[in-house]
Design a protein around this ligand. Structure first.
Ligand SMILES: Cc1cc2nc3c(=O)[nH]c(=O)nc-3n(C[C@H](O)[C@H](O)[C@H](O)COP(=O)(O)OP(=O)(O)OC[C@H]3O[C@@H](n4cnc5c(N)ncnc54)[C@H](O)[C@@H]3O)c2cc1C
Length: 355
């Protein structure tokens, strides 16, 4: 039986390629005239995560900037994390998505653009890679995603300082439940954005960031939503066909940052290999990524529960325990469990003893 992949975002194209490599007949359907448009992503992806996509896409030709650290503003108190080397890249998501869809086509997928799929769905197994408003998920009654963040973004001219550092702003008052950011694209332009847990108003959050930075932000902004919780079930078996959800459609997103490229494509590889065994897909992606995704979710909830006084106290505590130093050595954008273990405890004890 053939495989119908709905959505040519990164998760859909990687799922299609992975299914092709298992000798399935694959059709990839995209509602827009090309992959990667309209653009709705900052494009900041860990170096390690991009490396995991080798064999699918040569990410190096899509790099537009390199990032070596972050300045985290906790309601006015600042932490600087400098890893001393490139830890993440800014990629051109439009060309990156196009390259992945093209790779799927080269490997044998029948790619159909301008083809918005709705019920009745074409015959065959279905991989729903149709993003946060997944039609596949709602049509087949998958459990709902319980938490979304609304985001508002714009491109601005900035002062050009620290072009290889992401700036993150935490404030319960201004960005409730999430954060705001400034990501330099080069020494002239930066992407600014702000998010808040829905039903908050991300546009108002972006206005707060403009005020904080004493800058004028343009009125032309893009608005989108990011799922920040997983679906409780992401595969479905019926006698006639299997239905698997991947990427944003499944909520396979880091709740702390909203980043979905690394985990979504990781799960998509597993989906393509397990189209005939949906239960195995569910087991395997949860075994591989579930622990990290759950840790991101718990951190997202814990940080979101802090008011601005607590955020400042958190920053001061982080300085006492020299957490910046720890993160410089051990920081990992994708895998919080690699940071939050006995190493962190030993580091904190050592910092206190050496004080
Ligand atoms: C503002 C913003 C900034 C972000 N920044 C980052 C970042 O810096 N790093 C990062 O890792 N992640 C980031 N993300 C998240 C990232 O963009 C998503 O996690 C990622 O795009 C998910 O990939 P996907 O393939 O699952 O879904 P999508 O990229 O959403 O692709 C879904 C595709 O399905 C198509 N489609 C939908 N419905 C249908 C249909 N019925 N028929 C046919 N086609 C359909 C859509 O047109 C789309 O092309 C950001 C998200 C937002 C909103």
């Amino acid at each position: 039986m053939g495989v119908q992949v709905i959505g040519a975002g990164p998760a859909g194209s990687v799922a299609a390629i992975s299914a092709l490599r298992e000798n399935h007949n694959v059709s990839l359907h995209e509602e827009h005239s090309r992959a990667g448009f309209p653009l709705n992503c900052s494009g900041l992806v860990s170096k390690e995560g991009l490396e995991s996509l080798r064999g699918f896409v040569d990410y190096r030709s899509h790099i537009t900037n390199r990032m070596r650290g972050a300045v985290i503003n906790c309601a006015g108190s600042q932490l600087l994390i400098d890893s001393g080397k490139d830890i993440a890249y800014l990629i051109n998501r439009a060309s990156f998505d196009e390259a992945l869809a093209q790779k799927a086509e080269e490997e044998g997928a029948k790619v159909q653009y301008n083809n918005r799929i709705s019920a009745p769905f074409p015959d065959g197994h279905i991989i729903g890679a149709d993003g946060p408003n997944s039609i596949v998920a709602s049509h087949f009654n998958f459990p709902k995603i319980e938490r979304f963040v609304g985001v508002s973004q714009a491109i601005v001219r900035y002062d050009g300082s620290m072009p290889d550092y992401v700036r993150v702003f935490l404030s319960a008052e201004n960005f409730p439940g999430f954060f705001a950011w400034l990501i330099p694209q080069n020494e002239e332009y930066a992407e600014v954005g702000a998010g808040c847990v829905l039903p908050g108003n991300p546009n108002k959050s972006l206005d707060s960031l403009a005020k904080e930075l004493a800058m004028d932000f343009p009125k032309e902004r893009t608005h989108s939503i990011i799922p920040v919780a997983q679906r409780e079930r992401t595969s479905f078996f019926s006698q006639s066909r299997n239905i698997l959800l991947v990427g944003d459609a499944a909520g396979q997103v880091k709740s702390t940052t909203g980043g979905g490229v690394v985990f979504g494509t990781g799960c998509a590889k597993i989906a393509g290999r397990n189209i005939n065994t949906p239960k195995q897909y569910e087991r395997e992606w949860r075994a591989t990524y579930g622990k990290e995704l759950n840790t991101h979710y718990r951190l997202h909830k814990a940080l979101g529960a802090l008011n601005d006084d607590s955020l400042r106290a958190f920053a001061s505590l982080a300085s006492t325990f020299r957490i910046e130093e720890f993160l410089q050595r051990n920081g990992n954008m994708d895998s919080p469990t690699k940071m939050l273990g006995p190493n962190l405890l030993f580091h904190s004890i050592r910092s206190l003893v050496n004080k």
